[in-house]
Design a protein around this ligand. Structure first.
Ligand code: 1HS
Length: 255
């Protein structure tokens, strides 16, 4: 096992389960100390326990990333715990919902934008001051849904396009301070809560086959195929990569 993140201090949002948890585990196994953030307190405590059992240094903080005051309070605490220094922020927390522009109610629109866009902005805003001392890296979760239109996902597509835009803007402002900001855009990853949520909207076998037919590689992605790219982007091996959007989608957006 290489130790690319020895001595690094990392914050991961949406860290209790799924890809967020996998990213946290991999960062921790390669030497990082972790702050796990998640809205689901019970799952978060389980995750922290499991990672501690691997010998990983970990603290857990229940947080709704869309709540500005809560984000501010949580980052104050975790940055103090990290002695004022932060190296890595993984903005993984996100939600999906469904509807065309006509059928999406403002409440749904606002909740998707609040978590996916405001949450990314707020966590970055609070993390950046603690990254300036020795440089750092931020990985935002976009999606292919921010690059092409996905049927019936107006709010989600809009939110992910905003995250791609925010990534480029932040890279322009902060690269000169040694802070690299990049974005990963996964295609359909079936074995995640969000993947299952989206696939459950396919009302027939035909719809599922049509969705799969958009993927030239002939299958959906696996969580570890996203996690590997996130780890690379967070590592010093990616030292010249700033403001980039990494599509990891089995060729879906090339079709
Ligand atoms: C969940 C992730 O952001 C990808 S959205 C993919 C939708 S589709 O390709 O399965 O229609």
């Amino acid at each position: 096992m290489s130790h690319r993140f020895q001595g690094k201090k990392a914050v991961i949002t949406g860290a209790a389960t799924g890809m967020g948890y996998d990213i946290a585990r991999r960062l921790g196994m390669e030497g990082a100390s972790l702050a796990l953030l998640d809205v689901n307190e019970a799952a978060l405590l389980n995750a922290a326990q499991a990672l501690s059992a691997h010998g990983i240094v970990v603290k857990a903080y229940q947080l709704d990333v869309s709540n500005p005051q809560a984000v501010s309070n949580t980052f104050s605490k975790l940055i103090e715990e990290f002695s004022g220094v932060l190296d890595i922020l993984i903005n993984n927390a996100g939600i999906a919902d469904f509807g065309s522009v006509e059928t999406t109610e403002p409440e749904t629109w606002n909740s998707v934008m609040s978590v996916n866009v405001n949450g990314t902005y707020l966590c970055a805003k609070l993390a950046l001051p603690a990254m300036k001392q020795r440089g750092g890296t931020i990985i935002n979760f976009g999606s292919i849904a921010g690059m092409v239109g996905i049927p019936n996902m107006a709010a989600y597509c809009t939110s992910k396009a905003a995250v791609i835009g925010l990534t480029k803007q932040m890279a322009v402002d902060y690269s000169k301070l040694g802070i690299r900001v990049n974005c990963i855009c996964p295609g359909m990853i079936a074995d995640t809560d969000m993947g299952r949520q989206i696939l459950a909207t396919d009302e027939s076998e035909d719809m599922m086959i049509k969705r799969l037919s958009k993927y030239p590689i002939g299958r959906f992605g696996k969580p570890e195929e996203i996690v590997a790219v996130v780890l690379f982007l967070a590592s010093d091996e990616a030292s010249f990569i700033c403001g980039s959007t990494f599509t990891v989608d089995g060729g879906m957006t090339a079709l």
